[in-house]
Design a protein around this ligand. Structure first.
Ligand code: MN
Ligand code: MN
Length: 366
C-alpha cells in the first residue's frame, strides 16, 4: 500500500531531478509510511529518494510502534540528548552524496527546521513537495475508503445520539458531551475537529461556538462533527427542528436540502468542481438566499479533514473516480436561522456513493 505511494513519489523526484524529499508533517509521514504519530515538538520525518531506499526518523520511544506498522526500510530512533538533524544528515548523504535540490513541505516546515536543513545541505535549493502529495492523496485507495466508511458510520451514530438527546432546556454543551461520551464508549479516540452543537441564533453563524445556550421550541439544532478512524476523518452536518418552526425556517431548510440534492446529482468523473458548486449555489440564489451562503460547497477529506479537492465555483479541477469530498450547502440568516446539510461522498465510475447515511428530510423533534 505505502510501497506504491513511495514509488510514485520516487518517480516524480527522478522526473524533476530532485535528490531527496524530506517531509515532516504527521499527515504526509503517515501517508507515505503507514506510521501515525504526533511527536509534538520532536522531529518526525521521512526521507524519500529517486533511486535509494527511504528512511524514517522518529523519537526513539516510538521506534517499536513504527516497526509494528510493517515499514520495511530503515527506522532511525533518537533520544532526547542528541541532535536528530545530525542523523538526518548522515542518512541523506549516505544515499545521495551530492544534494543540489531538496523537496520539502514549504507550507509546513518552520524556519528553524529550514535553517537546520540548509546547514546540513549547503549546496541545495529547495522546492515544494506539497502539490505532488496533494495530487497523490486526491485519489483514495481501497484501504482508505474502508477507513472512511467506518469513520462515516460513526459520524452517523453520533448524529443519532445527538438528536436523541434533544430536550427543552438542555444546553448545547450538554448534548455535545453526551455525543462524545457515547463515542468514547465505542472506542473513538478523537474527533476530526471540535464538535459543534448550535441552536437558535448560534446556528445562524457558519462557524459558531457551542456554549450554554438552551434549546427552545421553534429552534433549529445544528450538529457538525466528525470522527477519526485509524487516521481518517469524517465530517457530517445535520440540522433538525425542535417543535414547530416558522414557514420561513421551513423554506430555508427545503432550499438547503434541494441545493444539496441537486449538487449530488452532478457528481461523476469528468465533471468540474465548479459545476458541482454552482448546482447548489444556483438553487440557493434562485430562492433569494444567495448572500446567505458565504462559503464554498465542500472540501476533500481523508487524513486531513480539509484537503483536495476544493469544491468552489471557480475550481476547474475535474473529478476522478476515488475522489472523496463533502457537499455542504448552508443558509445563515442572522437572528433568524442557520441550516447546513453535509454529507461525505466518494466519486464512483458512474456517479457517487454517499458515505454518511443519516436521513436528511426535515425532522421535527417534539
Ligand atoms: Mn466540512
Ligand atoms: Mn462539517
Amino acid at each position: 500500500m505505502t510501497t506504491e505511494r513511495l514509488t510514485k513519489l520516487s518517480s516524480w523526484l527522478e522526473e524533476k531531478e530532485i535528490d531527496v524529499a524530506f517531509l515532516t508533517s504527521s499527515e504526509n509521514v503517515f501517508y507515505l509510511s503507514g506510521f501515525l504519530s504526533d511527536p509534538h515538538e520532536r522531529l518526525l520525518g521521512i526521507g524519500v529518494f529517486p533511486d535509494a531506499e527511504p528512511f524514517l526518523i522518529c523519537p526513539g520511544m516510538e521506534k517499536e510502534d513504527a516497526k509494528k506498522t510493517g515499514w520495511p526500510y530503515e527506522i532511525i530512533g533518537y533520544d532526547d540528548t542528541v541532535n536528530p538533524w545530525e542523523m538526518v544528515r548522515t542518512a541523506i548523504l549516505s544515499r545521495s552524496a551530492n544534494v543540489h535540490k531538496t523537496a520539502v513541505e514549504k507550507e509546513h516546515l518552520n524556519v528553524e527546521r529550514y535553517e537546520q536543513l540548509q546547514k546540513m545541505l549547503p549546496n541545495s535549493t529547495y522546492v515544494s513537495v506539497e502539490e505532488r502529495l496533494r495530487e497523490l492523496r486526491l485519489v483514495k485507495d481501497s484501504h482508505e475508503v474502508e477507513k472512511l466508511r467506518e469513520a462515516c458510520a460513526l459520524a452517523d451514530y453520533a448524529i443519532e445520539v445527538g438528536v436523541h438527546e434533544i430536550k427543552e432546556g438542555k444546553t448545547e454543551m450538554e448534548i455535545l458531551a453526551a455525543i462524545e461520551y457515547a463515542l468514547k464508549k465505542k472506542g473513538v479516540l478523537e474527533m476530526s475537529f471540535s464538535t459543534m452543537v448550535l441552536t437558535g441564533k448560534n446556528a445562524a453563524s457558519p462557524h459558531g461556538t457551542p456554549g450554554n445556550t438552551r434549546i427552545q421550541k421553534g429552534d433549529f439544532v445544528l450538529f457538525d462533527l466528525g470522527v477519526v478512524v485509524d487516521g481518517y476523518c469524517s465530517d457530517i452536518t445535520r440540522t433538525v427542528a425542535y417543535h414547530d418552526i416558522s414557514s420561513e425556517q421551513e423554506k430555508i431548510y427545503q432550499t438547503v436540502l434541494n441545493a444539496q440534492l441537486e449538487a449530488l446529482k452532478t457528481v461523476r468523473p469528468g465533471v468540474a468542481c465548479s459545476t458541482v458548486d454552482l448546482a447548489a449555489r444556483n438553487v440557493i440564489s434562485d430562492a433569494g438566499y444567495g448572500e446567505f451562503f458565504p462559503h464554498r460547497l465542500g472540501h476533500g477529506l481523508g487524513i486531513s479533514v480539509h484537503e483536495y479537492p476544493s469544491i468552489t465555483e471557480k475550481n476547474s479541477l475535474v473529478l476522478k473516480e476515488g475522489n472523496v469530498f463533502t457537499i455542504e450547502p448552508g443558509i445563515y440568516v442572522p437572528e433568524l436561522a442557520g441550516v447546513r446539510i453535509e454529507d461525505d461522498l466518494i466519486v464512483t465510475s458512474t456517479g457517487c456513493e454517499i458515505l454518511t447515511k443519516y436521513p436528511k428530510e426535515l425532522q421535527i423533534i417534539k
